[in-house]
Design a protein around this ligand. Structure first.
Ligand code: COA
Length: 257
């Protein structure tokens, strides 16, 4: 098992645990992450999740470069597709909020993993980058798409072509990270944000995730999907609870139904 997992107050904390290899994503990590994501989807006790890296140096320093050496064209494409299907898209499309707590280097596949999460919180020592061109490669786990969505075309072009890393504060300015905290504060503050989200209506949160994903992908059905999902909210017990609680001047108690 390449991951440490822990369920705390409804938040599932996944720690990628290969600190001697900067938590690089090899086949085993991809398989274990895929299984951990299935657990998030299927376990009703899990309300929100955090992905982070073990140690104080790296979130994830990329796909495991040692696995690239012998691949041909079809095998390279298959590796990217498998990772995107099993992990990156599963994170993005998860109906429960998944946040990256970026505790150091987030390079290549690590930056892509953080970008697949619904948003990112960084420690002051975090560094983000897509250095694949140093290896004769391009990002293959969705990096060209999600970096462009998050920072815009010009900056995505420059970061990907230069392979430059950006520090946490610059990542925040660019929209890659939402907050920067001291390393020891990173997990407590991320958990705090997720506890706040857990007080909101879960079905509505899930629908908001799906709508915002439509927008980020430039899906032309985005506006119509929002109208449809807005309507669906009126069928939920939580919508009745939320609106009644407002009128009755009390706090709502949501059931996720
Ligand atoms: N794949 C496989 N192994 C990796 C790795 C990766 N992406 N990133 C780091 N490692 C391994 C190193 O090979 C080294 O292993 P070793 O001790 O068995 O030699 C170990 O992790 C520590 O890394 P090291 O390079 O010695 O640490 P550093 O502090 O000098 O540098 C980085 C840290 C992150 C700057 C550097 O490791 C690096 O550039 N990694 C590759 C980043 C990258 O190109 N990612 C994109 C991959 S597509």
């Amino acid at each position: 098992m390449t991951l440490l997992t822990q369920l705390e107050n409804g938040t599932y904390i996944i720690t990628i645990n290969r600190p001697d290899k900067m938590n690089a994503l090899n086949k085993d990590v991809i398989r274990d992450l895929s299984n951990a994501l299935d657990e998030i989807y299927n376990n009703p006790e899990i309300k929100t999740a955090i992905i982070t890296g073990a140690g104080e140096k790296a979130f994830v320093a990329g796909a495991d470069i040692s696995e690239f050496l012998s691949l041909n064209k079809a095998e390279g494409a298959a590796l990217a597709k498998k990772g995107q299907d099993m992990v990156f898209d599963k994170i993005e499309n998860c109906p429960k909020p998944i946040v990256a707590a970026v505790n150091g280097f987030a390079l290549g596949g690590g930056c892509e993993l953080a970008m697949a999460c619904h948003f990112r919180v960084a420690s002051a020592n975090a560094k983000f980058g897509q250095p694949e061109v140093n290896l004769g490669l391009i990002p293959g786990y969705g990096g060209t798409q999600r970096l462009t969505q998050l920072v815009g075309k010009g900056k995505a072009m420059e970061l990907t072509m230069t392979a430059d890393m950006v520090g946490a504060e610059e990542a925040k300015t660019l929209g890659l990270a939402n907050h920067v905290f001291a390393l020891e504060e990173l997990l407590p503050k991320t958990k705090e944000i997720l506890q706040k989200i857990q007080t909101k209506a879960p079905v509505a949160v899930a629908k908001a995730i799906a709508c915002i994903n439509d927008a980020a992908k430039g899906d032309p059905r985005g506006f119509n999907n929002e109208i449809e999902r807005f309507g669906e909210c009126f069928t939920t017990e939580d919508m009745k609870e939320g609106t009644n609680a407002f009128v009755e001047k009390r706090k709502p108690v949501f059931k996720g139904k």
